[in-house]
Design a protein around this ligand. Structure first.
Ligand code: UD1
Ligand code: CA
Length: 461
């Protein structure tokens, strides 16, 4: 039985921010959500999050992400939140959880909420090592060329754990040690709780250090193991905005490599930004300076041209997105073409082989198969059938100042340039509107409507 605890109460002074450090975003997700993702892979029984600064916001971020993760990974750990109102150190953070931990008998993996690159495999290895070595405490460590700022690990002549010492408490000899702790541990819960009783604030920072727990356990005859991990980059925490940007770079490269290895062409990885949860099928080509965010899914053999930004989109196969489009919360079906300079938002749904051209905005509208709106058009709250042609300058006048009203344009309609469709309004199948008409009343099928306001001139069939 494994539990997880994420320490996330600190403000993160060096971020120079009013926002709690763990809420700063990396690759589009709060730092703590990255940690949570890896924690989920342990299929823990419970996840404790110690909150303090912006407790409510942190709790909200964790809950929202946990709901998504539970759905996609099919594990449902119990979420527990521990309020550490005053931050008196990492040991104090665990002390705040004492009541909630009492009576639990398994292991607990403790993680820092500000070390987002931690991989699940490393955590699984930590737990496995802990169990195989029958330790009461196992600390994850790493060797750093420049260990400045980190707590140092001191080993005895046989290489066994002796003690650890924080930078501010270390002697010059201790400071030369390159092995550091990374605030990631596996503990047996009952001895951990016992050791907390022995923590003091007798140190340079006047805090309760979680790093003191292993030596307390050892002094009480318990086994403390060290697991020295080879990949330092994965374990490092974010303390400043410079480190945040460095990690952003690392994660971005990792994602782009993954995509390229899976068959996606990325012409210029140095200017392409694709968030972690984005999925792209093989043979899609991404041109320079494209940004794809959120939980976007893009099919195969699509072409995404430069300067386009997309978020939470679902795109089929063989779709072309031309230059400089802004697309959010939208669906684009197979073979459609969008842009350049198109704006799709709030539930736009572009049908198969449809064409949305330059300076066209589509909001909460369904565009049928093969339908075209090629220039300078606003389509809002509209449903367009198949093979419709929308002339340049057409506007669905959907807002009467109070309500958003619907426009329905049936199959095979031709809307003349500069037509104003004053909603609610319906243009029947096969009808045509003249250039510049202002359509205030429904147009029956197969009719020609012209003028201001438009009147039906003749039946076409
Ligand atoms: C800590 C370790 C240090 C280690 C380093 C690795 C201690 C005393 N030191 O130092 O040995 O090398 O991490 O990154 O543990 N937090 C709380 N409540 C608190 C204090 C901190 O929840 O009262 C949380 C923070 O939000 C953060 C994490 O614990 O997520 C680490 O805290 P931080 O202050 O960054 O610890 P360091 O000084 O870096
Ligand atoms: Ca830190």
């Amino acid at each position: 039985m494994t539990d997880v605890m994420i320490l996330a109460a600190g403000l993160g002074t060096r971020m120079k921010s009013r926002r709690a450090k763990v809420l700063h975003e990396l690759a589009g997700l709060p730092l703590i959500v990255h940690v949570l993702r890896s924690a989920f892979e342990l299929a823990p029984q419970a996840i404790f999050t110690v909150v303090g600064h912006q407790a409510e916001e942190v709790e909200h971020a964790v809950k929202a992400a946990a709901t998504r993760l539970s759905n996609s990974k099919n594990v449902t750990p119990e979420l527990r939140f521990v309020l550490q109102a005053e931050q008196q150190g990492t040991g104090h953070a665990v002390m705040a959880a004492r009541n909630q931990l009492t009576g639990r008998n398994g292991q607990i993996v403790i993680l820092a909420g500000d070390a987002p690159l931690i991989e699940a495999a490393t955590l699984l290895n930590l737990v496995q090592t802990h169990r195989e070595e029958k330790n009461e405490a196992t600390m994850l460590t790493v060797l750093l060329n420049d260990p400045t700022g980190y707590g140092r690990i001191i080993r005895d002549d046989n290489g066994n754990f002796l003690r650890n010492v924080e930078q501010k408490d270390a002697s010059p000899a201790e400071l030369s040690t390159k092995e550091v702790g990374v605030s990631m541990y596996c503990f047996d819960i009952p001895p951990l709780l016992d050791a907390l009783d022995h923590l003091t604030t007798d140190n340079a920072q006047g805090e309760f250090y979680l790093t003191d727990v292993p030596k307390i356990l050892q002094a009480h005859g318990k086994r403390v193991g060290l697991l020295c991990h080879s990949n330092a980059e994965e374990l490092l925490g974010v303390n400043t905005r410079i480190e945040l940007a460095d990690l952003e770079c690392t994660l971005r490269e990792r994602k782009l490599r993954e995509l390229m290895l899976s068959g996606v062409t990325i012409l210029d990885p140095s200017t392409t930004y694709i968030h972690q949860d984005v999925e792209i099928a093989p043979d899609t080509v991404i041109h320079p300076q494209v940004i794809i965010e959120g939980s976007s899914r893009i099919g195969s053999a699509c072409t995404i041209l430069s300067w386009t930004r997309m978020k939470d989109v679902e795109i089929g196969d063989n779709v072309t997105i031309r230059n400089s489009c802004v697309i959010e919360d939208s669906v684009i079906r197979d073979g459609a073409t969008v842009g350049p300079f198109a704006r799709l938002r709030a539930g736009a749904e572009i049908g198969e082989k449809a064409g949305i051209g330059n300076f066209v905005e589509v909001k909460k509208s369904k565009i049928g198969r093969g339908t075209k709106a090629s220039h300078l058009t606003y389509l809002g709250d509209a449903t367009l059938g198949e093979r419709v042609n929308i002339g340049a300058g057409t506007v669905t006048c959907n807002y009467d100042g109070v309500r958003k009203n619907e426009t329905i344009i049936e199959d095979d309609v031709k809307i003349g340039s500069d037509t104003m469709l004053v909603a609610p309004v319906r243009v029947g199948r096969g009808s045509v509107t003249g250039a510049g008409s202002v359509v205030t009343k429904d147009v029956p099928p197969d009719s020609l409507a012209v003028g201001v306001p438009a009147v039906v001139k003749k039946k076409l069939k």
